[in-house]
Design a protein around this ligand. Structure first.
Ligand code: NAG
Length: 157
């Protein structure tokens, strides 16, 4: 573990994690091809949150710490609640699947981890104001999860 695998913490399976580590060693972020509906269903958490502060830190690799305030909870296996503040990390390097969020902007954030500790490009993350009506309706309850997985070949984003 440590800095090298940090961006991979957002991936769901061990297999994907290993794949991710291998890909990181050749400096590229690669994600399974999934549409947002599938990403939402696979996520351990999905929230609307405002970024309060962004801090750059480093151990082996540089990473950012996003201090977020939760405004809405769409999905959580760890009891996230409106008004909670969380510090989530992400690699400072997009090639390691790091995401860059801006202070004072509201985002839709999802990913793995209960409780969540990190964010990565393989999860569905979007500025809240840039989501489509279908997407906001989807995360508010219209996305059906638990149905057989849609093949990514026929899935639309
Ligand atoms: C997040 O990090 C900031 C800066 O280090 C700290 O002031 C704040 O208390 C932390 N918040 C939580 C919820 O841990």
């Amino acid at each position: 573990m440590g800095g090298l695998t940090l961006p991979c913490l957002t991936t769901v399976t061990l297999l994907t994690g290993l794949l991710c580590s291998v890909i990181i060693s050749v400096s590229a972020c690669s994600c399974e091809i999934r549409n947002n509906h599938e990403k939402f269903c696979d996520a351990d958490f999905a929230v609307k949150a405002k970024v309060r502060q962004v801090t750059l830190a480093s151990d082996v690799f540089s990473y950012r710490v996003f201090d977020i305030k939760i405004q809405k909870v769409f999905k959580s296996y760890s009891g996230l609640t409106i008004g909670d503040n969380l510090n989530l990390t992400s690699s400072a390097n997009a090639e390691r699947c790091g995401v860059l969020l801006t202070e004072d902007i509201e985002y839709f954030l999802s990913g793995s981890g209960s409780p969540p500790t990190s964010l990565g490009l393989c999860s569905w993350i979007s500025e809240w104001s840039k989501m489509t009506k279908e997407e906001t309706r989807g995360v508010r309850g219209q996305y059906q999860c638990g149905l057989p997985k849609i093949s990514s070949e026929v899935a639309e984003d």
